[in-house]
Design a protein around this ligand. Structure first.
Ligand code: 5GP
Ligand code: MG
Ligand code: MG
Length: 183
């Protein structure tokens, strides 16, 4: 969808559907090679990672399994507090499994820092992170994704799973939402 098709709502398309799918295919090929001979468990972080999970896993040739977690940050502000509550835990036991956490975007990384720490106590054989997008703040945290789709500037973006007030997740591109929508 072109930004021009929703006049005023989206100020800039950062990555089109085609660019996103190209990058997903590259990462899927890397995972196929890195995890050859194993059945990795992809752990999607709800709700944002739904699109990435669906596209990434279908671009992979390896067998894999899917599981999901839902988390929420405590605190009233718009910034992550780093104090995280698990709303939905994994359905599977990850001990001895090769786990790849799949995320939509890393901003402060505080949510993932908690999540990865929590998952590591369950003794997976390996634990890595794939994120579709990364914002500049993420460089300040100690969460290092093994697979990164694209870097973004420090703007509030929507689409490809990312929402504003529950909407825009089904936008196929990743675009900056005009501040006029939320101010
Ligand atoms: P963090 O703990 O890394 O600061 O927060 C990550 C979560 O905040 C993401 O999983 C996502 O849900 C949300 N988030 C961070 N930046 C953006 C953004 O630019 N747009 C949208 N829609 N959500 C974002
Ligand atoms: Mg997320
Ligand atoms: Mg959100």
């Amino acid at each position: 969808m072109e930004a021009a098709q929703i006049p005023g709502e989206l100020t800039r398309v950062h990555f089109t559907e085609a660019q996103i799918q190209d990058r997903i295919r590259e990462i899927a090929a890397e995972i196929d090679s890195d995890y050859a001979g194993t059945v990795p468990l992809l752990v999607g972080v709800l709700n944002g990672a739904v699109m990435v999970m669906a596209d990434l896993s279908r671009a992979m040739k390896l067998h894999c399994e899917h599981d999901w977690m839902a988390v929420s940050s405590y605190g009233a502000g718009t910034q992550s507090s780093g104090v995280v509550r698990i709303l939905k835990d994994l359905s599977s036991d990850i001990e001895g499994r090769h786990v790849i956490v799949v995320e939509d975007i890393i901003d402060t990384g505080l949510t993932l820092q908690y999540l990865l720490q929590n998952l590591s106590t369950r003794l997976p054989a390996s634990l890595e992170l794939m994120t579709m997008f990364r914002k500049p703040e993420a460089f300040k945290c100690n969460v290092v994704p093994k697979y990164i789709g694209y870097d973004l500037p420090d703007e509030f973006v929507v689409g490809y799973g990312l929402d504003y007030a529950g909407q825009y997740r089904n936008l196929r591109d990743c675009a900056t939402l005009s501040p006029t929508v939320y101010s």
